[in-house]
Write a protein that binds this ligand. Structure first.
Ligand code: ZN
Length: 205
């Protein structure tokens, strides 16, 4: 199957998503997951559901962006922008003019929606200024403030990583530390982190 077809299938059809330890789970197409996130957002969260999935306020904006991209690319590549977004996408592999270009566009759409509906395990915020850019806070597109320095301490399956596998990154300047760079940066973050002789240990934050 071509990469373009693969991306379009992920957008428009039920598909397998890999879990930890080689298992997979069947999930709806990404467009359907995005629709569900928008519906959830309009309802104002999932009342009564104790383990509510956090829904970004950006769901509606991303849905509008995705529709805009699909319609403008379709007009250029297959000569029409009429019809449902999913139906337009399914025509790309057969009718598209520049398939390499469409392959990139479709992959970008998958990444954008996946980042919203399946953001991966949460990262632990570090209450420190970034050693690289000196900033402490970053604002997202919706004006929410969050700590710019975070540590990846959870594996995909939600269990804790070994300390040597932690990574630290800055959302403001994109600095990233892992592996042998990690110990050096952790020494410069005294409040949040301890660098013990036995390995790197994080204090509760
Ligand atoms: Zn930074």
């Amino acid at each position: 199957m071509s990469e373009l077809q693969d991306s379009i299938d992920r957008l428009t059809r039920d598909h397998e998503r890999p879990l930890a330890q080689g298992k997979t789970v069947t999930v709806p197409g990404l467009l359907a997951q995005l629709d569900a996130a928008v519906t959830e957002q309009k309802r104002g969260g999932s009342a009564g559901n104790e383990i509510a999935i956090p829904v970004s306020p950006g769901a509606m904006r991303i849905q509008a962006e995705v529709a805009d991209v699909v319609r403008s690319e379709s007009l250029e590549q297959i000569g029409t922008h009429a019809g449902r977004v999913a139906d337009l996408l399914k025509r790309w592999p057969e009718e598209g003019g520049d398939l390499d270009h469409l392959e990139h566009v479709a992959l970008d759409l998958c990444d954008k929606i996946e980042a919203l509906v399946d953001p991966g395990p949460p990262r632990r915020p570090l209450r420190e200024r970034c050693p690289a850019c000196g900033q402490r806070w970053v604002l997202d597109e919706d004006g929410h403030r969050s700590e710019c320095l975070t540590a990846g301490v959870f594996k995909e399956d939600g269990t804790l990583k070994l300390p040597a596998d932690y990574d630290v990154e800055c959302l403001n300047c994109s600095a990233h530390w892992a592996g042998k760079d990690l110990a050096g940066v952790l020494k410069r973050l005294p409040k949040s982190l301890l660098n013990t002789g036995a390995g790197i240990q994080m204090t509760a934050v």
